[in-house]
Ligand binder design. Structure first.
Ligand SMILES: Cc1cc2nc3c(=O)[nH]c(=O)nc-3n(C[C@H](O)[C@H](O)[C@H](O)COP(=O)(O)OP(=O)(O)OC[C@H]3O[C@@H](n4cnc5c(N)ncnc54)[C@H](O)[C@@H]3O)c2cc1C
Length: 324
């Protein structure tokens, strides 16, 4: 059985949780296995019957378990794993999911592979997992010998599919928690105020790099994004280090990982540390004056030329089409 540890926010499943359920069900299909899940929180029980296609969902409801409570979550998951005896445990490869499963691994003395992007099945069993390392330049294949195998799924490694099938059995689980389980608590989550769409939500991302030359030139990117539906502006590390854009706009290994329908990369060379953050874009359109720029090896569409000529022309053409 594959056991999925789910993350919620405001009594809803997070996108990485939905991706993890999709990956788990896909893997279960290949293994001829069942999929079950664990839901922890306050007011999350109503979510359980919506997890269609799963055999069973274990729910731990407690008003003290609002948000992520590391030690309590690890204790609950470890007890559930010991009781359920799954062969694989899968959690979202987010900061919470990785922290949660690492704690479980220590409690149960099991092997953990974080940030998996693929699963290899041989003779009806999970043989190995793939994950990226060294900023995406190295693909690592790992065999975990412990049973169960603890895995987290790299966000955006798969796209979340709607849950279909029969309703799961819902089991209410009680775990005795004491003061020690609440030694570490998240007191407050402060979200940075950001105007417009976030980079991870946007369907189109317009990214700018050193080729822009200064902060002022990003107005062109803002204008282009404003003309497209659901678009946001991002940047390379050079642009954020030069204070042309805030750090929150950075795409890449040390920035945000994006997966839009279209990534328009303007004045960006295509360094590996940047590409790691945008490689899950469905299509990449690159604008660069250097025909030898590495980004063209990854791009689906390329325009070779000076962005200061190409962008105004593109903006004018879109405005014409929109009758603006
Ligand atoms: C540990 C580590 C982590 C890193 N993490 C990140 C990260 O998260 N994100 C990230 O982006 N980088 C990251 N970097 C930096 C990365 O290695 C590159 O230095 C960076 O991505 C390059 O940014 P760039 O493409 O804007 O600049 P450059 O590589 O200098 O490329 C500029 C491009 O603009 C083109 N150009 C110039 N003028 C024009 C014009 N007028 N019209 C059209 N094209 C033009 C040039 O031909 C060139 O291809 C990291 C580096 C390290 C070592």
């Amino acid at each position: 059985m594959i056991f999925v540890l789910l993350e919620t926010a405001n009594q809803r499943l997070t996108e990485p949780s939905l991706e993890t359920l999709t990956a788990a069900r896909d893997l279960a299909l290949k293994l001829g296995d069942a999929t079950e899940a664990l839901l922890i929180g306050s007011g999350v029980r109503a979510l359980a019957p919506t997890l269609k296609g799963l055999q069973s969902v274990s729910v731990v409801e407690d008003t003290r378990l609002t948000g992520y409570v590391p030690e309590a979550f690890a204790k609950i998951a470890a007890e559930a794993i010991q009781k359920k005896r799954p062969n694989t445990v899968l959690a979202p490869g987010t900061e919470v999911g990785n922290d949660w499963l690492a704690r479980v691994a220590v409690r149960l003395d099991l092997g953990l592979a974080a940030g998996c992007t693929g699963f290899s099945v041989e003779n009806g069993a999970l043989k190995s997992v793939t994950r990226t390392n060294w900023g995406g330049s190295l693909l690592e294949e790992i065999e975990i010998l412990s049973n169960p195998k603890l895995l987290t799924l790299q966000p955006h490694a798969v796209s979340a599919q709607p849950l279909t099938g029969g309703e799961p059995t819902v089991e209410t689980v009680t775990v005795t928690l004491d003061e020690r389980d609440f030694r570490v608590r998240m007191k407050e989550l402060v979200r940075k105020e950001k105007k417009g769409l976030s980079l991870t939500e946007a369907k189109v991302v317009v990214g700018g790099g050193r080729g822009l030359g200064n902060a002022e030139a990003f107005k062109l990117l803002e204008e282009l994004a404003g003309l497209l539906n659901n678009a946001a502006v991002g940047a390379t590390r050079v642009a954020t280090s030069n204070n042309w854009r805030p750090h929150s706009d950075q795409i890449g290994q040390t920035g945000t990982q994006i997966a839009p329908d279209l990534y328009i990369a303007v004045g960006i060379s295509g360094a590996i540390q940047h590409m790691v953050g945008c490689k899950n874009s469905k299509k990449i359109l690159a604008v660069n004056k250097d025909s030898e720029a590495p980004i063209f090896q990854r791009a689906d569409y390329g325009v070779i030329g000076d962005l200061h000529q190409i962008l105004p022309a593109l903006i004018a053409e879109i405005k014409k089409l929109k009758g603006a």
